[in-house]
Design a protein. Structure first.
Lengths: 193, 165
């Protein structure tokens, strides 16, 4: 159990998807103008990454490895991710039409989020067991959500701050993202081995 | 419910039908869309406008929602700003996504501890996920029953108001 906990801390903080691996930067800049929308997007992405990682692990183990079809890995994973997003969309629509009206806007964006594919490729390359792989995917996406919400909080404050006109908007956002990435480098001092 | 700007997530919707005291609204997609009034100048606009399966037009049509038109006098074609409480958005996200995931992980950890086999853990996790979705449905019904998920009319949108602000 201790190994799982350390692996999850490593995936969420030390090797953060956004600030250490630089994946999912589109949604990082695009959906972080408000904390609540960032949290909604983060939770939706967490769900999709976890579900698609489960499916990707099963496809890798029982199809690609079994029939020596590893050259089809990226294509297959993209298909699995698109299906996972569609599954999530259909499920939310069935579970609650009201929730779908509220949360459905985020789902199409996740299909094009490279963090989903990146996490799936990482976990199959590491040759993890099923539970370990799924926990790794979950922790990675929790790290993604954490950074999204933190950055949204910073941007909400920046919107009220007296920023010089030259830096207003995306430029100060990128500078803040750089500072946040440097702050997260401090976590690399934590040994998770 | 507090619908002041500080506690509300706002969006622009267009009135597509009026039936008695109910107005049907279609949200303007704010990202990767081509559906909002700024689509001509928007770099993310899409050519997908026919309502085929999975198309943007189809997605937007699926998100059509009713709104009480008493006292608002909304007419077809009007653009309005609607809002939902920000806490309701977080609650809705937690119910829809966190409950199924927690149930799935609970089942997977139990199966792994009991059997230690990947295939059994996989089956247990999928079963837990579907169990969690049933719980999420119950939670969402409860939240909808309290009226927390319904968008509220805030004001009419300015002609130049778009997804870009």
């Amino acid at each position: 159990m201790k190994e799982y906990a350390l692996m999850m801390i490593g995936a969420a903080l030390v090797n953060n998807v956004i600030l250490a691996r630089f994946l999912g930067l589109c949604s990082f800049m695009g959906v972080t103008t408000r904390i609540d929308t960032a949290a909604g997007m983060g939770l939706a992405t967490t769900f999709v990454i976890t579900v698609s990682s489960m499916a990707d692990w099963a496809v890798q183990r029982y199809l690609l490895d079994a029939y020596d079809l590893n050259f089809l890995r990226i294509t297959t994973f993209i298909l699995v991710i698109a299906s996972a997003v569609q599954f999530t969309e259909m499920t939310i629509r069935k579970v609650s039409p009201s929730l779908f009206q509220m949360l459905g806007i985020y789902l199409p964006l996740i299909t094009t989020n490279c963090a989903v594919l990146g996490v799936a490729l990482l976990l199959v390359e590491e040759r993890m067991g099923f539970l370990e792989a799924t926990l790794f995917a979950f922790a990675s996406s929790v790290g993604y959500s954490l950074v999204m919400v933190m950055f949204a909080g910073l941007r909400e404050r920046l919107a009220l701050a007296g920023v010089p006109r030259l830096f207003a908007g995306p430029p100060i956002g990128f500078i803040t993202a750089g500072l946040l990435a440097m702050a997260f480098m401090g976590f690399s001092g934590i040994s998770t081995h | 419910m507090d619908t002041s700007a500080a506690h509300t997530v706002e969006g622009i919707a267009r009135v597509v039908a009026v039936q008695g005291e109910i107005a049907w609204l279609e949200p303007e997609q704010t990202t990767s869309c081509g559906g909002c009034s700024a689509s001509a100048s928007c770099g993310t606009s899409s050519s997908s406008s026919k309502p085929g399966i999975g198309s943007i037009a189809n997605r937007i049509a699926a998100r059509r929602f009713p709104m009480d038109n008493r006292g608002q006098g909304l007419a077809v074609g009007e653009r309005v700003v609607v809002g939902v409480n920000d806490r309701a958005l977080i609650k809705a996200s937690l119910i829809a996504y966190a409950i199924p995931l927690l149930a799935a992980f609970g089942a997977a950890i139990f199966a792994q501890a009991s059997y230690g086999d990947d295939a059994t853990t996989l089956i247990a996790m999928v079963t837990g996920l579907f169990g969690g979705l049933i719980l999420a449905r119950i939670g969402a019904t409860w939240l909808a029953g309290r009226g927390e998920l319904a968008p509220r009319f805030l004001r009419r949108a300015r002609p130049d108001e778009s997804c870009n602000g």
